[in-house]
Design a protein around this ligand. Structure first.
Ligand SMILES: *[C@@H]1O[C@H](CO)[C@@H](O)[C@H](O)[C@H]1NC(C)=O
Length: 163
C-alpha cells in the first residue's frame, strides 16, 4: 500500500521480531500511535509531545535521541542503544532531508521545540534514495528505496565544551 500517498495514516506496526525487541532500542515502543500529517514534500509527521523549550536554531548543533525503523517496524538504529543522544547540525543539509524538515520545520512542518517528541515518516527521496546505504564490506544496512520511520526526542541545544 502506498502509505506515503495518504493524506493521513495511523502508524501501526506488525509484531516485531524477537531479535529486534530485545533491547532498550524500544525506549519509544510504548509511545501511543499518532495520526500522521503529510506535507507536500511527502514527509509525514505527528507530535506526541509539543515540547516547551526553544526551537532549533538554524545551522546550530542540537542533541536528539531517536529510534529509527524501517516501515515494517524493524529497528535499524537507535541512540538509546548507544546510551547517548546524537549531536547534529540542523537545517543545512548535514542530515537526511526528512530529518532537517521534520525537526527544523518548513514547508508545512512546524519546528520542533526542546523537549518535543515527534514521529517522522520519511519517504526514500527525503532519506537515502534509490541506492542501498550504510554499506560496509558489501553489506548494506539500508536497502534502496527505503521508507524510514523516526521517533525523535529533541533533547536540547548542544552546549559543546563551553567553559
Ligand atoms: C528504487 O526505485 C527505482 C524506481 O522505482 C528503481 O528504478 C530502482 O531499481 C530501485 N532501487 C532498488 C535498489 O531497488
Amino acid at each position: 500500500m502506498g502509505i506515503g500517498l495518504l493524506a493521513a495514516s495511523v502508524l501501526s506496526f506488525a509484531p516485531l521480531d524477537a531479535n529486534a525487541t530485545r533491547i532498550e532500542y524500544y525506549a519509544t515502543v510504548a509511545d501511543p500511535p499518532c495520526v500522521l500529517n503529510f506535507v507536500p514534500s511527502g514527509l509525514g509527521y505527528c507530535d506526541l509531545s509539543p515540547g516547551t523549550g526553544e526551537k532549533a536554531p538554524y545551522s546550530e548543533l542540537i542533541n536528539v535521541h531517536y529510534t529509527a525503523r524501517f516501515a515494517d517496524g524493524i529497528v535499524f538504529d537507535s541512540t538509546y542503544k548507544r546510551g547517548r543522544p546524537l549531536t547534529m547540525r540542523i537545517g543545512v543539509g548535514k542530515i537526511l532531508k526528512g530529518l532537517d524538515q521534520g525537526i527544523f520545520g518548513g514547508d508545512g512542518v512546524p519546528p520542533m521545540a526542546v523537549g518535543g517528541k515527534r514521529k517522522l515518516h520519511i519517504p526514500p527521496h527525503l532519506a537515502y534514495g534509490p541506492e542501498p546505504a550504510g554499506c560496509f564490506s558489501g553489506d548494506c544496512n539500508i536497502p534502496g528505496n527505503a521508507t524510514l520511520v523516526y521517533d525523535i526526542n529533541f533533547v536540547g541545544i548542544y552546549s559543546g565544551n563551553r567553559k
